[in-house]
Design a protein around this ligand. Structure first.
Ligand SMILES: *Cc1c(COP(=O)(O)O)cnc(C)c1O
Length: 377
């Protein structure tokens, strides 16, 4: 019989910089008396992120959800948007707030991202954009999606909450599509406690986004469009500047954890590792597996419960599907999602952060093996 962990092992732990360094940043903020409204720390963070993400334009927001909402608004997206049901609720909730109808497209069983081959069949004369999500750090089929967008003159906005700092074909993943949203929530690889950004190519959007996140005010203080308050403040930016410095080391630590998981899970029947990107391709955001009940012995739900008995807290991420929200029942597209419906019963996000020790990862895998073996008897 294996012992349970004495301290709970949670699915993630926020990346926290040295407090003295944060205090030094805050000292400057206090002296300047400039604590929000696009101050020096926000400008510095915006520039650092431009370099880090190899982006032409970065616009910061107080969270990823409002970044996506106002990004879509800046691009003039309306009518219908083709998106994935297998995502965090925020992705489709912003569509609701803009009065846009989501059209759900099934997912690819391998990457769990939108199935690019099924997009074209969902396009109508109301479609204005495609909103795919790079799920768990796996990349969408960006080439096919671009071809479809070009053919039908649609915009592409990626939800890139899981791919901070990832590269595809030696290019930043956010260089694909018209716009990519990042979330800097505490649970994300790079965080500003709460925060977010959009990355985009079209310079003309910059001023529009600045207005949209500041009540629609232009530089003359006139209300030029209907905006919101969605600004990142100087405290968040200060934390972000320090967190950004330690992201490279966190990536190294998460690579260690990933390798250990892979080594120790690979021989257990009924487990498929979903997040496979390595090196610069990987965002090291999640380590997610899929449980095949028949060969593993018990279902994902039962494994989730049993792990809790050992003080290991995993996450059924993304459960439930966005297409199952009560207010979407009338939408035809919610009834044709067989892959997403099967996947959502099988996925399990494992504890994954740089401070997880080798012993802890090893023991988590031993517990899973033990649960599997016991299920056979
Ligand atoms: C975290 C997340 C969001 C929301 O970002 P916030 O910064 O928390 O508003 C949106 N989409 C996905 C896929 C996410 O994981």
């Amino acid at each position: 019989m294996l012992n349970r962990f004495t301290e709970p092992i949670l699915v993630t732990r926020p990346l926290l910089p040295d407090l003295t360094k944060v205090n030094n940043q805050l000292e400057e903020v206090w002296q300047s008396h400039w604590i929000t409204n696009n101050g020096p720390k926000s400008k510095e963070l915006e520039n650092s992120l431009k370099d880090y993400l190899e982006a032409e334009n970065v616009s910061l927001f107080n969270n990823g959800t409002l970044a996506l909402l106002l990004g879509l608004k800046a691009l003039g997206i309306k009518g219908e948007v083709i998106t994935t049901p297998f995502t965090f609720p925020a992705t489709t909730e912003v569509l609701d707030w803009l009065g846009i109808t989501p059209v759900f497209c099934d997912i690819d069983p391998d990457t769990l991202c939108i199935d690019a081959n099924k997009i074209e069949g969902l396009i109508t004369d109301k479609t204005t954009a495609i909103l795919p999500v790079h799920v768990f750090g796996n990349f969408c089929d960006v080439i096919t999606i671009q071809e479809i967008a070009d053919k039908y003159k649609l915009k592409i906005i990626y939800d890139g909450a899981h791919v901070f700092g990832s590269k595809l074909n030696n290019k930043s993943i956010s260089s694909y599509g018209d716009m990519t949203m990042f979330s800097f929530h505490a649970t994300k690889l790079f965080n500003t406690i709460e925060g977010g950004a959009v990355v985009f190519k079209n310079d003309r959007l910059k001023e529009k986004l600045n207005q949209l996140k500041n009540f629609g005010l232009n530089q003359n203080g006139e209300v030029e469009r209907s905006g919101l308050n969605a600004k990142l403040n100087e405290i968040q930016a200060s934390v972000g500047l320090e967190v950004l410095n330690i992201v490279p080391e966190e990536r190294v630590q998460r690579e260690r954890v990933r390798l250990l998981y892979e080594e120790n899970l690979k021989d257990i029947p009924g487990i498929r590792i979903i997040t496979k990107n390595k090196g610069v391709e990987s965002s090291y955001q999640y380590f997610t597996i899929e449980i095949e009940e028949e060969s593993f012995g018990i279902s994902r739900d039962k494994l989730f419960d049993k792990l809790k008995e050992f003080n290991i807290f995993t996450r059924k991420y993304f459960h439930p599907l966005c297409s199952s929200f009560r207010w979407y029942k009338h939408l035809e597209s919610t009834h044709h999602l067989p892959v997403a419906e099967e996947t959502v019963q099988k996925v399990l996000a494992m504890p994954y952060y740089g401070e997880l020790s080798n012993d802890d990862v090893y023991k988590i895998c031993e517990v899973i093996k033990y649960i599997h073996e016991r299920s056979l008897t």
